[in-house]
Design a protein around this ligand. Structure first.
Ligand code: ATP
Length: 658
């Protein structure tokens, strides 16, 4: 593939020359894809944009047997999800794809959006141009089943932040605000524009309005094709009607709008221009909604007078799996329906239209390209992501306060347990106990906070990264930057109280060293857990894994529970890889150097450690000399944890969410 960038009419255009790529004529695009190319012949100017699916089939592999046999030894079974689907979607039409659960509706949308992860056969054309994944991403927007929105933002903020991430980098603030207002108006959200989105816990706008916000976000880029997976699920009949009516308006304004639906209501039947009915991945009907009743009536399946045609025909095309006989019977009925549709004049006309469109000769010039708008700059992406995270955090009192004071909640226990530490021989043990708490608690609180706060942000990232809005690095960098002020304050509160109440070495410079170490450990605890949550999507498993890593590190790398020389070699070597080794050495050297301990007044009892240096010489030799090295190591660990977190997310990839 050769890639060539050029400036044409002041627009940045990427020209891709690739066999079988989606080809768009330059003049055609610059005229807004409306076929107003003055060089085009009369026929071409009249053409309505269409999305054509020709002979689409879809196979997935299913592994049989227990997972521990591994991918190589498990039996693999091919499953045909879609078979020989031919559909033409036209601009200006609202099309509903119906079918019972498992009939293949979502898979069909995934194929159009190039998001499927199985083997796809057949071709997808936009007009008469064969489409690749990259191209369809430019022209289609996909509204998934679940709304992934931040609960604490208002509707306007949600759409505005989405606009900043989605709209071209050159677009100014005024233009962006206009787009946001337009999307709000188009989806009928004006009355809730300044209300909180909310969710299952925080009360906010209604479920239907949340769906509209998700759709409004996808409309910002003015896509030519809008795909919606089950947009009406969970909505009442009135909300469903309003939503479908809005989608119908959008379609009639010149877009291809396709939605899947499996519990349709009769009152929205007339709003659909076309209906596709799927069963077991095969087409049972695809045509005008007005012709559907007549078509099935002619086949000998009239819709009863007071029944909803939707319910009736979805039932007709469903497989009854309650017992073997019913299953065989309904399967054979569905096969007959599939065969009847395949032989019908409606299907012939459909295939004829697709072939006519895809074979249509183009008089356009052969310069083949597609337009790639200039994305927002990295600075704008970071500014937007950090701003959005901070606003979301600011509005949630519980999370905001726990970020600031959760670490300090451990302070009363630590202080009450140890009190003001003296300088006798027994206080050595107390000091080591306090150091043990000082490395474990900030890291563990970091883990807890990440588990509580990160999952909704990660879900939103999955959706937006899949939409190609920003990279994993931008997201994780923004997350790390936005937590720093909170971690700094939280570590400061903890350090001030613990340090001065327990009476550690009374020096401001030593306090600063203690504080810096606490801050780094708090930060690393959180970032490490974020990385673990990139590997294990379940937060509870991530929590246990991080806690396990922390416990093991404290055990082998601090020297608090067992002295290094008495450990097995493997643990001694392993300790070099843990941040705990360096932080423990810093804290111990910081506290013990220059400290004098009182000895027992009884003459014949030997005084083991009259000075801190003697204690250090026995357990942490060279810790004072290594102070600078250890600080460099802490800095290195901060960067490395962030780096490994990014790598973990990249390797694990984005799940195919719906
Ligand atoms: N990647 C995959 N691996 C295994 N099976 C798959 C995969 N994708 C789809 N399937 C199977 O294909 C069938 C159709 O799935 P699909 O999600 O498209 O159905 P659907 O009609 O959208 O169902 P629903 O209405 O319940 O969402 C299901 O049986 C599903 O389990």
């Amino acid at each position: 593939m050769s890639s060539l960038r050029s400036k044409i009419k002041g627009k940045q255009v990427e020209i891709l020359m690739e066999e079988n790529a989606c080809f768009y004529d330059l003049t055609y695009y610059l005229n807004g894809c409306t076929n107003q190319n003055p060089d085009a012949d009369e026929d071409e100017r009249q053409i309505t944009p269409t999305l054509n699916l020709l002979n689409i089939s879809y196979n997935v592999s299913e592994f049989l047997g227990p997972w521990w046999k591994g991918a190589c030894f498990r039996q693999k079974k091919q499953k045909r999800v879609l078979n020989d689907i031919n559909i033409q979607f036209r601009s200006g039409e609202l099309t509903a794809i119906l079918g019972s659960s498992g009939s293949g509706k979502t898979s069909l949308l995934d194929i159009i959006a190039s998001r499927s992860n199985g083997q796809v056969g057949g071709k997808v054309y936009y007009n008469n141009y064969l489409c690749t994944a990259e191209v369809i991403k430019q022209y289609a927007a996909y509204v998934m089943q679940a709304d992934r929105l931040l609960h604490n933002l208002t509707v306007r903020e949600t759409i505005r932040y989405a606009a900043l991430l989605r709209l071209p980098g050159k677009m100014g603030s005024k233009e962006i605000d206009e787009k946001v207002d337009k999307a709000i108006a188009e989806m009928g959200l004006k009355h809730v524009a300044d209300s909180r989105v909310g969710g299952s816990v925080v009360r906010g706008i209604s479920g239907g309005e949340r769906r509209r916000v998700t759709i409004a976000i996808q409309l910002l880029q003015d896509p030519k094709i809008l795909l919606l997976d089950e947009p009406t699920t969970g909505l009442d009949s009135c909300t469903t009607r309003h939503l479908v009516s809005s989608l119908s308006d959008i379609a009639h304004n010149g877009k291809i709008v396709i939605l899947t639906i499996h519990q349709p209501r009769s009152d929205v039947f007339k709003m659909f221009d076309k209906i596709g009915l799927l069963s077991m991945g095969e087409m049972v009907y695809f045509g005008k909604s007005g012709q559907m009743v007549e078509y099935f009536q002619d086949l000998g399946y009239p819709c009863p007078t007071y029944a909803s045609p939707f319910d009736h025909y979805v039932d007709l095309a469903s497989i009854d799996r309650r017992n073997h006989e019913r299953e065989i019977e309904t399967m054979s009925k569905v096969q007959k329906l599939v065969q009847a549709f395949s032989n019908s004049s409606i299907n012939d006309e459909n295939i004829h239209n697709i072939e006519e469109e895809t074979m249509r000769h183009s008089t356009r010039r052969t310069m083949l390209f597609f337009f790639k708008p200039q994305p927002p700059s990295l600075m704008r992406v970071l500014y937007c992501l950090i701003g959005r995270m901070l606003v979301n955090l600011k509005r949630d009192r519980t999370i905001y306060m726990s970020r600031l004071i959760m670490l300090s909640l451990f302070v009363p226990f630590v202080c009450a347990f140890l009190g003001h530490i003296k300088t006798d021989q027994k206080s050595i043990q107390d000091r080591i106990g306090l150091m043990y708490q000082s490395v474990g608690v900030p890291t563990y609180v970091g883990i807890l906070i990440a588990v509580g706060v990160f999952p909704p942000l990660r879900d939103l990232y999955f959706r937006e990264c899949r939409d190609g809005l920003y990279s994993t690095t931008s997201f994780l960098l923004s997350y790390a930057i936005h937590v720093i002020p909170f971690q700094a304050i939280s570590a400061m509160i903890f350090s001030i109280i613990v340090y001065w109440v327990t009476g550690l070495h009374p020096s401001w410079s030593r306090f600063a060293i203690y504080y810096a170490t606490i801050f780094v450990l708090h930060f690393i605890g959180e970032i490490m857990t974020v990385g673990v949550m990139g590997v294990f999507f379940n937060p509870q498993i991530a929590n246990s894994t991080s806690a396990l890593i922390l416990s093991a590190s404290v055990l082998i790398a601090t020297g608090f529970l067992r002295s290094f020389p008495s450990m097995l070699d493997i643990f001694q070597w392993g300790s070099w890889l843990s941040v705990m080794k360096y932080s423990a050495e810093i804290l111990v050297a910081n506290e013990f150097s220059g400290l004098n301990f009182t000895c027992p007044p009884v003459q014949n009892i030997p005084c083991q450690y009259p000075t801190g240096e003697q204690y250090l010489a026995d357990y942490y030799p060279d810790a004072v000399e290594h102070m600078r090295r250890n600080f460099w190591a802490l800095g290195g660990f901060m960067v490395s944890f962030l780096f490994f977190t990014i790598v973990a997310f990249k390797i694990r990839g984005i799940p195919n969410m719906h």
